[in-house]
Design a protein around this ligand. Structure first.
Ligand SMILES: [Cu+2]
Length: 133
């Protein structure tokens, strides 16, 4: 049986020291604008679904080649994240069914203009530009 294709996610083994560090970090973080997800250190583009059925930016940029996109759901509504070249999906999508859902995928992108969209009906506002240079 062939291995299933999964979104590439970075998971960190949380040892006691790391756990203590995280507690310390969150204690220092104060209240307010906490966001879900752990952004991989090597992510080239971070795409957040935010309240109001929107991405956190209308325009994203990346350098051509291997582009690691990390996406996370920071809202209370289900989303997904597709990279489109014209109307054609590029590679796989990242499913963001609930707050905190996240994933990362590496896309091989040539220079050009792509779109970052969510295909859920009514989410047409989630249509941002990814410019690859
Ligand atoms: Cu959506």
């Amino acid at each position: 049986m062939l291995p299933m294709k999964h979104p590439i996610t970075l998971r960190f083994a949380i040892g006691p020291l790391v756990a203590v560090g995280l507690v310390a970090l969150s204690a220092c973080g104060g209240s307010g604008s906490s966001t879900a997800g752990t952004v991989p250190a090597d992510a080239d583009v971070v795409v957040r679904a935010v309240d109001g059925i929107a991405w956190n930016a209308k325009e994203y940029t990346a350098v051509a080649g291997s582009v690691k996109i990390y996406s996370v759901n920071d809202s209370g509504v289900a989303h997904n994240m597709y990279v489109l070249d014209g109307d054609t999906p590029v590679g796989d999508f990242i499913d963001l069914p609930k707050r905190g859902s996240d994933g990362a995928l590496v896309y091989d992108l040539q220079p050009g203009e792509y779109r970052i969209v969510c295909t859920i009906p009514g989410h047409n506002n989630m249509n941002s530009t990814l410019t690859v240079e």
